[in-house]
Design a protein around this ligand. Sequence first.
Ligand code: SF4
Length: 424
Amino acid sequence: MKTVVENVTCTFCGCLCDDIIVEVEDNRISRVRRACANGRGIFLDYDPTPRKPTVAGREVEWEDAVSAAAEILVRADSPLIYGLSSSACEAQRKAIELADLLGAIVDTTSSVCHGPTGLAMQAVGEPGATLGEVRNRADLLIFWGCNPAASHLRHFERYSLNAEGALVPNGRRDRTMVVFDVRPTATAKAADQFFQVQPDSDFEVLTALRALVQGREIESDSVGGIPLERLRDLTEGMKACRFGVFFMGMGLTMSRARDINVRELFTLTAQLNEFARFIVMPMRGHGNVAGADQVLTWQSGYPFAVSYARGYPQYGPGEFSAVDVLVRQEADAALILASDPVAHFPRAAAMQLKRIPTIVIDPVVNLTAEGAQVFFPTCCYGVDAEGVSYRMDNVPIRLRGALPTVRPTDESVLDAIIETVKRC
Ligand code: SF4
């Protein structure tokens, strides 16, 4: 028999589209409507069949796997807990509780994407808004160092360029779109104006825009490869708009100057509020990376790269970031929650992960799980489990499961490990 489940949330990216319709037949999702090509696989490729956990590649009972994981973590001098961004907030808070109990380092995927954004936010504040406000009000959209036409495929349709809103009833025709990037992209093709920035020159361009907004003169014909006249015209457009938005991506956070780039953008945004309503929003990648920032901040006071080794949370981007900890060979055991660092980390960090005992909690067998000492095949939040995720604008979304929950959740596995560690 076929059942149709409406208003399911896709957790693939930070858009968290919550209007997905799925059809379920024989406890499998047979059809998905409204999800984009990036998100469809989450539902269609997912096999909810219960599986046993493994220890050293052999299937074992769940209690035995929990004991093995607890033993690894208790024996370690400096355990690392990493990932979190593709799990639900309920599991994230358990992972942090476990880090606190063990005196471990806990880090999220933020440290390799928007960590610099967090640093800038702490330094100068973040003029923000919700995607609902953007949809209903924004008449000037500026995408900087991001390519949502490839990474967040429904962003234009649901929240920005093509969305029809209360004060922009004609959608695309009521909005102006500008793109800054180091190369032409699919997003740039959709823009009214494209500014090609010389690589690693974003800071200079942002500083020039700040100067122009303040009415200062610049003794140069171009900045970062962009003619000054074009920047001056854009500045006038920014001052004259009603509601402007900067959507920023890893082109800013992971190029030279990193958090200093972002700090400059946030400061520019704050200055523009003298003339028009202007906000900035990071384009978050993983479905609940914004939630990982939120949960770690409310539990420890800091958004990523936190060590509990001294019995209280210490913040140390660069010192307690997972890549740095692994490259320096300081972690002697790792628990990876819903992430695949072996596939994405620099080689030296990935090799260290392969050398130390690793525990993986994940719905799918990824590269990191293949080499794990202990692997827990859990359910997938939003597909066969309920939970909470934060959208890229930090609005919490309640996830409903489309399938019955037959596998353990990340939260329940972490809870069992916590209780076992307490008894060790
Ligand atoms: S835009 Fe993101 S959240 Fe929306 S359907 Fe596509 S992958 Fe899923």
